[in-house]
Design a protein around this ligand. Structure first.
Ligand SMILES: *Cc1c(COP(=O)(O)O)cnc(C)c1O
Length: 444
């Protein structure tokens, strides 16, 4: 287990000489299509600090894209996964099963919204979970159409590329995409033409009208949405939007799928973000935060829907790997023990207070949004026109990186700075990271 002083330390240029050497080897050996936000090579990670091979200590506001919520070397994850490694690494659950898989499915049934009978199937990646949610919904409804939303992100496989909204970099040149995927408006309050207060009901009405008129509700197997949109810019659908969509799905025999791959597992201050509006999804997809950094994903939902696929129809060689399952049980244990939902809410309070104060000084900050430790600011050239300012987002990220604070960008217009600190980050480190961000705005 890593044990690193929780202090920022910049001792070389970022990236430093050893990272630059490794980067040269990487460029020669690794496909150019696989990018990196910041090419500092990692040596160790502990709570809020990433230590690189040059001895720099960076404050982590990314958590490996919302994955290491419990930290990247959490005690319970390391302990349980190490013990499992000693016993066996793999059997294939479809050949001879093991308890860890079942225990993760039991935990998911307990933690996900709703008190109906639930079942789960486990996979390796978020995209794989989304694909399987669609398979299950189609098998259950005997329908084919899938409805997704503007600004949505669901992965990089063929079906999930088609379900993802943004062309560059996710889809460009990689088509043709799977058929029967239909995109409808989402209630993006900040950019809704008639104002945020109207976005919920108006976007819901438009979405339902499009489904009804262009697809036919009776042809729709699943409606898939992120309760807080991640890659699309940390968009919280305006109040009232999600309940309207859920009601429409329920009234029309459509499976409502909440893609909580980024927003789940305490990230927003709830076990799952859809709880904030009392939504009970039919199916829920999870991955990222589930296993403390080990690759695991799940589809969880109503038992009668989950059981609709025939035996042998779901699975995969590595799905629900025993080491990853042990990691998940360790991560869930940590979330409960440290009350990471409460920690996420504390992070939100600190971040929103600091960012709101910054917005009063820096007009480039158009919007502050998100929940828990999933917070973003949208940057604009002019608060009146809201013209996106992706250059400012890139410059700010670069300035923060040079000072040893790892931040990520996102958004359909590339103009959103997003903050996803590990939920175990200390208050001092959080504030120091925010100081660096504030200085970067002042220097912009
Ligand atoms: C990351 C993400 C995915 C894809 O997960 P992978 O593990 O990268 O395949 C799907 N949906 C959402 C909401 C995500 O954030």
């Amino acid at each position: 287990m890593s044990d690193i002083p929780q202090e920022r330390r910049v001792v070389t240029a970022i990236p430093g000489p050893k990272s630059q050497e490794l980067q040269q080897r990487r460029v020669a050996a690794v496909a150019a299509g696989v990018g990196s936000t910041l090419p500092v090579f990692t040596a160790r990670v502990d709570r809020g600090i990433i230590e690189d091979v040059d001895g720099n200590r960076l404050i982590d506001f990314g958590s490996g894209i919302a994955v290491t919520s419990v930290g990247a070397s959490a005690e319970a994850v390391v302990r349980r996964a190490s013990a499992q490694l000693q016993d066996f690494t793999h059997t294939c659950f479809m050949v001879t099963p093991y308890e860890g898989y079942v225990a993760v499915a039991e935990a998911l049934a307990e933690l996900t919204p709703g008190d109906h009978a639930k079942k789960s199937a486990l996979f390796n990646s978020g995209a794989e979970a989304v694909e399987n949610a669609v398979k299950i919904a189609r098998a259950y409804t005997k329908r084919t159409a899938v409805v997704v939303f503007d600004h949505g992100y669901h992965g990089r496989t063929n079906l999930t590329m088609g379900m993802t909204a943004k062309n560059m970099p996710y889809k460009h040149g990689f088509g043709p995409f799977a058929p029967e995927v239909y995109r409808v408006p989402v209630a993006y309050g900040y950019r809704w033409p008639t104002g945020a207060e109207n976005a919920g009901p108006e976007a819901a009405a438009q979405a339902i009208d499009t489904i009804t008129k262009q697809v036919g509700a009776e042809n729709v197997a699943a409606i898939v949405i992120e309760p807080v949109l991640g890659e699309g810019g940390f968009i919280e659908p305006a109040k009232g939007f999600l309940p309207e969509i859920v009601k429409f799905a329920n009234d029309n025999g459509i499976v409502f799928v909440a893609d909580e791959i980024q927003s789940g597992f305490c990230r927003t201050g709830q076990w799952f973000a859809c709880e904030d509006e009392g939504i009970v999804p039919d199916l829920i997809t999870t991955a990222k935060g589930i296993a403390g950094g080990l690759p695991l994903a799940a589809v969880t939902g109503r038992a009668e829907i989950m059981d609709a696929a025939h035996a042998g129809g779901l699975g995969g060689t590595y799905g629900g790997n025993p080491v990853a399952c042990a990691g998940a049980l360790g991560a869930i244990e940590t979330m409960k023990e440290l009350d990471l939902n409460a920690k996420a809410k504390e992070i939100e309070a600190t971040m929103k207070a600091r960012l709101t104060a910054m917005q009063e000084k820096f007009a480039v900050i158009g919007d502050i949004r998100g929940r828990g430790a999933m917070i973003a600011i949208e940057l604009v050239k002019d608060p009146a026109t809201k013209e996106p300012h992706p250059e400012a987002a890139a410059a700010l990220a670069k300035a923060c990186h040079a000072e040893g604070v790892l931040v990520l960008t996102c958004g359909t217009y590339g103009n959103v700075l997003r903050f996803l600190p590990p939920l175990v980050i200390g208050q001092d480190l959080l504030n120091e990271g925010l100081d660096v961000i504030e200085n970067a705005f002042a220097a912009l």
